[in-house]
Structure formats: C-alpha cells, structure tokens
Design a protein around this ligand. Sequence first.
Ligand SMILES: Cc1cc2nc3c(=O)[nH]c(=O)nc-3n(C[C@H](O)[C@H](O)[C@H](O)COP(=O)(O)OP(=O)(O)OC[C@H]3O[C@@H](n4cnc5c(N)ncnc54)[C@H](O)[C@@H]3O)c2cc1C
Length: 384
Amino acid sequence: MQLDYDYIICGGGISGLLLSTKLSQDPNQSKKSILLIDPVFPKNENDRTLCFWDNKNTIWDEIIKSKWDNVFFNSDNFNKTLDLGSLNYKMLSSSEFYNYSNSLIKNNNNIDVLNSNVLSYKDNKTHCNVKTSNNIFTCSKVFNSIMDWEEVKTNTKYPLLIQHFEGWVIKTENDSFDPKKATFMDFSIKQNQLTQFMYILPFSKTEALVEYTLFSKDLLESHKYETAIKKYLNSSNINKYKIISKESGKIPMTCFPFFKKNSENILNIGSAGGWSKPSTGYTFKNIDKHTTRIVDFLKKDVSFKKFMSKDRFWFYDLIFLDVLFYKNHLGKKLFTDMFRKNNSKTIFKFLDNKSNFIEEFKIMLSFPKSLFLTAVLNRLFKGI
Ligand SMILES: Cc1cc2nc3c(=O)[nH]c(=O)nc-3n(C[C@H](O)[C@H](O)[C@H](O)COP(=O)(O)OP(=O)(O)OC[C@H]3O[C@@H](n4cnc5c(N)ncnc54)[C@H](O)[C@@H]3O)c2cc1C
C-alpha cells in the first residue's frame, strides 16, 4: 500500500472533492499523487441543495438544476423583487455535484481514495503526517476540510451563530408557486425572539423546496422544524401536497479566524477553513473561488500561512454577527432595513465582498446607527 503522497485531502465533501478535481485538471498539478480520505466515498445522495448567485454563464451551468433571474424578499409591510442584474440565482443538487466529481476522480490514476476516518494530522516542516485508524501517511501538503465545531463553540472571543434549517421538496395538487421567482427570505413568520425565515425554491407551479431557516445560537428540537414548515404551508393555503424529499443541516456563522490554524504545509479548506460567509452562511462560491486560488498558490510554493487573512469584509461580518448574537430578535429588522433602503445589485455585490467603500458606507447607514456604533466600540474594547 502506498503510504507517501504529494497531497493528502482530509474529508471528501464539497471542498475536498472540488479541490481534487481542480488539481487533477491543472497541467502543473495533474502529475501529483493525491490521497483523498473520507469515511464515505463515493457519495451520491442529494444531501444538500447548493445555491449561489453568479454570472449568467459559468462552468456550473452544465449541471445546475434550476436558475432564477429574480429573487423575492418578504417581511411585514415590505416586500421587494430583487433585481439581480447580470447575475442569476442558481441551484445545484449535491448529487449532481458528487457524480460530476466522482467520475473525474475515478478516471484519474493519480488520485487514490481511502474510506477511513482521519484521526490526526501534523506539520513536521519537512513533511506532514496524517493518521488514520490503520495507517500513518506522509505527504508534503495537507488540505483539511474536517470541521472542529467544538473548538469554534468553546472560543469566547468570536461568537458562534448557527445557520440551521430543514427543507422539504413538495409536490402540490394545485398551482402554488411562481417558478420564475425564488424567495430569498420570507420574514413574515413569527420570530419568537430569534432570526428566522422561510426560503423557497420553486421548480414548477406545483413543485418547490420550502426551507425553514434560523440564524441563532442553538438548534431546535427536531419536531419544531416540521411544525414550522407545516404552519407556513397552511398559512399560504397549501394544504394538499406530497413530500418528495427532505434536507436538513447546519452551517457555522462566525468570524473565528480559522486561517490562523493554517501552517506552512497544512491548509484548512471549506467551512473548516472559514470559507462560509459569516453573515449569510453561503459557502459554495467561496469554495469554487478559493480552490482555484489554491491551484495557483501551489505554483509559487509559498507558506499556507499567507493564504488567507482578515480584510474589511471580515470586520463588517464580525460587527454584524456581534449584533445578531446579542440581539438575535433584531435579525428581521436588520435584513428588512438593508433590503428596503439599498439597491439589490449593490447588496449582492456587498455580500460577495466586491463592493467599494462608498457602497459599503451607504449600506451601513441603513442600519440603526447607535446600535452598530456601540457594537464597534465593544468589539474594539474586546479585541479584533
Ligand atoms: C443541507 C445543506 C445545504 C447547504 N446549502 C448551501 C447553499 O445553498 N449555498 C451555499 O453556498 N452553501 C450551502 N451549504 C453550506 C456549504 O456549502 C456546505 O456545507 C458544503 O458541504 C461545505 O463543504 P465542506 O467541504 O466544507 O464540508 P462538507 O461538504 O461537509 O465535507 C466535509 C467532509 O469531511 C468528512 N469527514 C468528517 N469527519 C471526517 C474524518 N474524521 N475523517 C475523514 N473525513 C471526515 C465528511 O464525511 C465530509 O464528506 C449547505 C450546507 C448544508 C449542510
């Protein structure tokens, strides 16, 4: 059995798989030997619906399931169809993504896959070790996508909110949805002192994913997600439907500086690398962007410590999360204010970390000033 590789990728989920395929497609990296370790491979189930906004034509268009020109925001006394301009809101089923990556990996002789759990990994400067229950492997670089929730939860400096949700794909007897319009956030539901909304992806007039989503400190008891979806469907006069499939999950919302754990030769990737946007949980586009950056980065042979650092968007997210963590009941107001007072194209640019100072300043002015000023001062006092 081969025990030495150029690269070892710990965790073959979305980021591990995408990184493997990008390395195997790059002329400079395609000869490198890669070991991908995950207890479950190949994955093929539809365990997550991956949505993102992007230019109208991208490489993902070949395998995306649906896309929308507009998305809809709804709250009490305010609703708005958000014009995405040159972007589309796109949806990729994880099963399509897994099949796409699995076939590329299986056709590449330089990638080995091991169905096992990684127990530990270590950077010894000249090489790295990765330990599984049966073996100790050596390699020159490790990419880790195994998330340590405990570490993030127990740190006291950077609050952790969890984006948690349950979604049902339902088929209704009567026409119930507008397939041209996805609902980005529907805050019309009771907030119960939390930040919670419904998210709807319509595939036809009679089929949609309806997802109950919360940004809060703790998970709910499992029956509460179901109760909330049933109640929402009932209040929308959707009473006759069949559940086709269900998904649930949780995504970290935190400014915990995951990148500080990167060493010369170990890079944390995916949610474990802090690639989930702290204020929204969107991760897929960051995975796409950063895995491309890794392929370029490897050409320069620079320490992984330099791969990520804090920027002003990290700071904006930090302040926003500080507010939402301590005043979780204000989420509905903050998101409503943002969408009411700003141009939607600018908001999506801002959420993509691509806005300029003037645009960011305008967005900030739409939030309660004293609340945010206090949060900034508290944060400066606490340390960044
Ligand atoms: C249901 C759901 C829906 C989502 N929807 C969206 C969305 O619409 N848009 C968006 O941008 N983001 C979305 N996300 C967030 C994010 O894109 C996904 O969580 C994505 O899977 C993150 O990729 P990752 O590689 O970091 O983690 P994962 O895909 O979870 O991969 C981690 C891998 O590590 C493996 N692993 C764990 N422990 C070990 C171990 N000890 N040894 C070896 N392997 C191990 C796991 O089996 C897993 O395969 C969603 C997440 C969930 C859960």
